[in-house]
Design a protein around this ligand. Structure first.
Ligand SMILES: NC(=O)c1ccc[n+]([C@@H]2O[C@H](COP(=O)([O-])OP(=O)(O)OC[C@H]3O[C@@H](n4cnc5c(N)ncnc54)[C@H](O)[C@@H]3O)[C@@H](O)[C@H]2O)c1
Ligand SMILES: O=C[C@H](O)CS(=O)(=O)O
Length: 486
């Protein structure tokens, strides 16, 4: 079982209005370790009634939470951050156990998730309004920002800590309260975040976690008029559905959805740096991140050299249980994820692709899969249009800058993109030409709390992180004062 220094971080109940509760009917959902298949714990299978009570608690708590000064909220968020970092090892152990990523990556996610709480503990005090030069001498115009109200969040399994704090931190900093539904595969990280919120002194009802039936809970979160802001991170398919469910109550909606990131290597790139960047962008979390390189385009003049170097690097990846030292790739989340990777590999081979590394399920069995590199990939293959969300690196060859920009932008997605080059003119032309919310230039890792993370096209709406990320949690109101000249 889990060897936690602080056993209190492992919770098997939901956190609603400051209480730890079972489902009304006592039903539970098992949480399993994707590396071993063992059952780690169970969590409540809650539904509409419990979710409604959580929203009512959040509504009541909002009334007092919004009245705290920004500085008072900032102090509590900072305590939450300090506790998260103090318990980084235990939180990482819980995360690796339920999600599978290597422990080093899990520790990195805890620090990354905590950094959003740290950032918004500071940003809370800088949520400024405006004084607008009066349009007439008898008037004065002032803009103020007020918390939007009760917020709801639905989050994915691949980053079970950071995808929650990236929403809860700006929400609470702005003076809002929140109800979170984590993915059923990875609820333990969410409940541990709630433990630390409670210990930090964040008042009952301000932060709530409900686990259970996604459709039932999601239906209440998107349908209830108590919820003024709905934030979703997950697939584009589900995001469309939930955004539509929010329409009846005209909620403010933010969506962090699927990606299909191009990773472009030009012939003036630093090839070793490009190999390093492609490796981490593609294989972080076993390829299960929304910003993973999904298509790797290499200019013809350096294609063979890059392919050789990259194949050697892919073959050095170590597959195994993320709890073990030296492991750099854990299991995929489930068998469906394995089937998706196999489907993309088979399709690529059938249409002329060549497997030069990996290519099949790992000898460890279960949902372990060999890190895979396929060359000779073309635009007619599934891997060019669909998000693989697994350890498959497809190499495409291109000749010109104009050609590769056309390939890169030929998708309904627009989240992350990457390219390696050193010519300053090319850097500006390609950066401005890529139709994505984020561009990684000579780096494969772009995510941080100071930057506005988000996508365009069908990769989402809104931004998370940075000064921009808190704006989705406030309403702007202007005061027009007359009679000033009397
Ligand atoms: N843009 C980003 O920041 C970002 C971050 C992480 C993951 N993602 C995307 O998420 C996907 C993988 O995550 P996933 O498999 O958890 O996605 P998913 O859409 O299947 O599930 C996401 C969340 O939605 C819930 N959900 C599913 N169906 C629902 C319904 N009918 N009603 C209410 N809730 C429902 C799930 O329980 C989970 O909590 C990938 O497409 C990935 O690109 C995007
Ligand atoms: O998978 C989606 C996450 O947003 C990835 S990241 O850790 O923020 O880059």
């Amino acid at each position: 079982m889990l060897n936690l220094k602080d056993a209190g971080l492992l919770r098997q109940q939901c956190y609603i209005n400051g209480e730890w509760l079972d489902a009304d009917n006592g039903e539970t959902i098992a949480v399993t370790n994707p590396a071993t298949g063992e059952v780690l714990a169970t969590v409540p299978k809650m539904g509409v009634a419990e979710t409604r009570r959580a929203l009512q608690a959040a509504e009541q708590a909002f009334k007092q939470w919004r009245k705290k000064t920004a500085k008072e909220r900032s102090v509590l968020l900072r305590k939450w951050y300090d506790l998260m970092m103090a318990h980084q090892d235990d939180l990482a152990t819980l995360l690796t156990a339920e999600q599978g990523k290597p422990l080093a990556e899990a520790k990195g996610e805890i620090a990354y998730g905590a950094s959003y709480i740290e950032w918004y503990a500071e940003e809370a005090k800088r949520l400024y309004g405006d004084v607008i030069p009066q349009p007439a001498n008898d008037k004065r115009v002032v803009v103020i920002k007020q918390p939007i109200g009760v917020c709801a969040a639905v989050t994915p399994w691949n980053f079970p800590n950071a995808m929650i704090t990236r929403k809860a931190a700006p929400a609470l900093a702005a003076g809002c309260s929140m109800v979170v539904k984590p993915a059923s595969q990875t609820p333990l990280s969410a409940l541990a975040i709630a433990v630390l919120a409670e210990r930090a002194g964040i008042p009952a009802g301000v932060f709530n976690v409900v686990t259970g039936s996604a459709a039932a809970i999601g239906g209440e979160l998107t349908g209830s008029d108590i919820v003024k802001k709905f934030s979703f991170t997950g697939s584009t398919e589900i995001g469309r559905q939930l955004a539509a469910q929010c329409a009846n109550t005209i909620k403010k909606v933010s969506l962090e959805l699927g990606g299909n990131a191009p990773f472009i290597v030009f012939d003036d790139a630093d090839l070793d740096a490009a190999v390093e960047g492609a490796l981490i962008s593609k294989f972080r979390n076993a390829g299960q991140t929304c910003v993973c390189a999904n298509r790797i385009y290499v200019q013809a003049g350096v294609y063979d050299a890059f392919a050789e170097k990259f194949a050697a690097a892919v073959n050095r990846l170590q597959v195994g249980n993320g709890m073990e030292a030296g492991i750099t790739q854990g299991p995929l989340i489930d068998q469906n994820a394995v089937l998706k990777v196999e489907e993309h590999i088979a399709d690529a081979i059938a249409k002329g692709g060549k497997v030069v590394a990996g290519g099949k399920r790992h000898a460890l069995g279960g949902s372990f899969f060999e890190p895979t590199l396929v060359t000779g990939v073309t635009a007619d293959m599934k891997v060019a249009r669909e998000e693989t969300f697994g350890p498959l690196a497809p190499l495409f060859r291109f000749e010109t800058e104009e050609e590769v920009l056309g390939y890169a932008n030929d998708t309904e997605f627009g989240l992350a993109s990457y390219f390696y080059a050193r010519d300053i003119g090319r850097i500006w032309r390609v950066s401005e030409g890529l139709e994505y919310g984020m561009v990684g230039l000579n780096t494969g890792i772009i995510s941080n709390e100071a930057a506005p993370f988000g996508g365009v096209k069908q990769s989402g709406l809104g931004r998370e992180g940075s000064k921009y990320g808190i704006e989705d949690y406030v309403e702007i109101k202007y005061l027009c004062m007359g009679g000033i000249d009397r």
